[in-house]
Design a protein around this ligand. Structure first.
Ligand code: AMP
Length: 285
């Protein structure tokens, strides 16, 4: 496995792989790898021939009061995990490589980037779309793998590659959870045992909303109301939003035939967590 912080070395390796007729897969991450990341890598290894994992804690997607400084960093351990899976290349650039001095270019998907997560984290998605564009130009993958865990992010990136005519296919892989339902996240490392118990309410409430809608027990509006009520009353949990939306547009669900998604963001202690579940239209499950 090639592990490199050098853009030139990365490009040479990818050029060689492509010249050998290999399809290039890319898995962008911020490191602190867990089983969720590993499942993306396994999909990439199954579906493409040369897999580049990128590890970069991207400063521009963190707000001024967010956790950039304390975000977990464990490059050596991450490299071991990648090596163990059979990843071909890990690109772990430094900030100067990704953001040259006087860097002045941004990429932004308008509209979708300013609702829900974007409303609570102004500038976050602009940071994501800008760095992912840079990583795509560095790696030039045929297919890029993202997690459903960051549902709005993968929708925005799909829109970005479509709008900018990037010749890259976006694959969204299912959310990996602990056996009790908590969605895996690098930020779970911040949680105390008590906070983890509190955080479990998020996935439980989402699963209940899914069940209530799919079985026809509650309308979408009623299920959303209950989701908000339930999560607002959990001690130690501060809800940013809890909504049920059209899964393609994130607009309020209008048509009863819409594929739906329930999305939650909440703070538990000082840790901000997000989760979501796909929900089939009522009566089709
Ligand atoms: P991050 O390192 O948090 O930026 O995540 C890198 C990629 O892993 C993103 O595409 C995430 O959506 C994905 N990811 C994070 N957590 C999970 C999870 N629990 N299951 C599946 N994918 C995940």
């Amino acid at each position: 496995m090639l592990a490199t912080a050098s853009l030139d070395e990365l490009r040479a390796a990818v050029r060689e792989a492509r010249a050998a007729g290999k399809r290039i897969g890319c898995v962008p991450t911020m490191g602190a790898l867990h089983a969720g990341h590993l499942s993306l890598m396994r999909s990439a290894l199954n579906e493409t021939d040369y897999v580049v994992v990128t590890i970069f804690v991207n400063p521009t997607q963190f707000g001024p009061n967010e956790d950039f400084d304390r975000y977990p960093r464990q490059l050596d351990k991450d490299l071991e995990l990648c090596r163990g899976l059979g990843v071909h290349c890990v690109f772990h650039p430094d900030v100067q490589t990704m953001y040259p001095p006087d860097d002045a270019t941004i990429v932004e998907v308008q509209g979708l980037s300013t609702i829900l997560e974007g409303e609570h984290r102004p500038g976050h998605f602009r940071g994501v779309t800008t760095v992912v564009t840079k990583l795509f130009h560095a790696v030039q993958p045929d297919v890029a793998f993202f997690g459903q865990k960051d549902f709005q992010q993968q929708l925005i990136l799909r829109r970005m590659v479509r709008d900018l005519l990037m010749p890259i296919r976006i694959r969204t892989c299912p959310t990996v959870r602990d056996p009790d339902g908590l969605a895996l996240s690098s930020r779970n490392a911040y949680l105390t045992a008590d906070e983890r118990r509190t955080a479990l309410n998020i996935s439980r409430a989402l699963f209940r909303a899914r069940e209530a809608i799919e079985s026809g027990e509650l309308s979408v509006a009623e299920a959303e109301k209950r989701l908000v009520q339930v999560l607002s009353s959990v001690p130690g949990l501060k809800l940013d939003y809890a909504v049920i939306r059209n899964a393609e547009t994130l607009d309020p669900a209008e048509n009863t035939g819409d594929q739906l998604v329930g999305l939650v963001a909440a703070r538990v202690g000082t840790t901000r967590l997000i989760d979501n579940v796909l929900i089939s239209p009522p009566g089709t499950a």
